[in-house]
Design a protein around this ligand. Structure first.
Ligand code: NAD
Length: 258
């Protein structure tokens, strides 16, 4: 088995020879910013029951909705306080070097924006925690203002102040479709990239996980950096199991300046 140093060098060579890199990120890129992922030990699913948070249950069951809002407000506070880590900053360097085609992120924490990547390069396929909407009239709510109201009025199930409808953060829950235009743009980028970097994703959530699969099918090279193995490891050109905030900056530095 190749050692980590050799794999980082191999990854750096691939970055060096690529000009259209598609970065695909999951919750694992943000754990070192203090935001727990879903599936790791100590992750959100060790604290909450994922089957409670299906869209249909959220909209139909007031008790589930109260649980959902408790989890959502708690994680939002953590996300808001979090800062981009060296892995997010390394992706910003790829954009500065003119090599970044797009970032397709499953994350809802806006850390790619806060690391300085341009808005137009980022596709948040699972939406964002930083705003919310009324499911009846579509009214938009700034998340900070909404959270302030929730705290001040001690709300367990906040309602739209215009029509009384159910409010939900602008995130894509299980059972809720990804907006078509975001999915299409992601597949378009996956079809034309020359390198796909999969960073911190278990690749078990579909249809998101089919984006790197499309890149592979279209002839792209594939690098996976993830603490745990994924089903695409056997197809990848480089696989490194380890800490993203250590491995990715080193690989990008070698590629751009080494
Ligand atoms: P996941 O929890 O299924 O997988 C995360 C993966 O990251 C794991 O395989 C783990 O081994 C790896 N990982 C964790 N920390 C790492 C580190 N420091 N370095 C390298 N690898 C690390 O997450 P997923 O694949 O993104 O899919 C689940 C869903 O989680 C997504 O839909 C996303 O919307 C949601 N989510 C997002 C956030 C966020 O915005 N930060 C947080 C929790 C969950």
């Amino acid at each position: 088995m190749e050692d980590t140093k050799a794999l980082i060098e191999k990854g750096a060579e691939l970055i060096k020879s690529s000009s259209k890199i598609l970065v695909f990120t999951g919750a694992g890129i943000s754990t070192e910013s203090g935001i727990p992922d879903f599936r790791s030990p100590g992750g959100l699913w060790s604290k909450y029951d994922p089957s409670d948070f299906y869209f249909q249950k959220i909209i139909s069951d007031p008790d589930i909705r109260k649980k959902y809002w408790k989890m959502s407000s708690e994680t939002y506070r953590v996300m808001k306080a979090a800062k981009p880590n060296p892995a997010h900053k390394a992706i910003k360097k790829l954009e500065e070097a003119g090599k970044l085609l797009a970032i397709v992120t499953q994350n809802i924490d806006r850390l790619h924006h806060r690391a300085g990547n341009s808005e137009e390069k980022i596709i948040e396929i699972h939406g964002t925690a930083f705003s919310a909407s009324c499911l009846s009239c579509g009214k938009k709510f700034d998340r900070d203002e909404l959270e302030e109201r929730i705290l001040k009025e001690n709300l367990e199930d906040p309602r739209c102040d215009s029509c009384g409808g159910i409010i939900k953060p602008d995130t894509v829950s299980f059972g809720q479709p990804i907006p078509q235009e975001k999915l299409e743009a992601s597949f378009r980028f996956a079809s034309i990239c020359d390198l796909c970097l999969v960073l911190g994703s278990s690749l078990v959530v579909y249809p998101a996980a089919s984006i790197p699969e499309r890149a592979l099918d279209s002839g792209s090279k594939l690098i996976i950096i993830n603490r745990d193995p994924t089903h695409l490891d056997k197809m990848a050109d480089v696989v490194i199991h380890g800490s993203l905030s250590k491995i990715l900056p080193e690989m990008v530095h070698l590629a751009l300046e080494g």
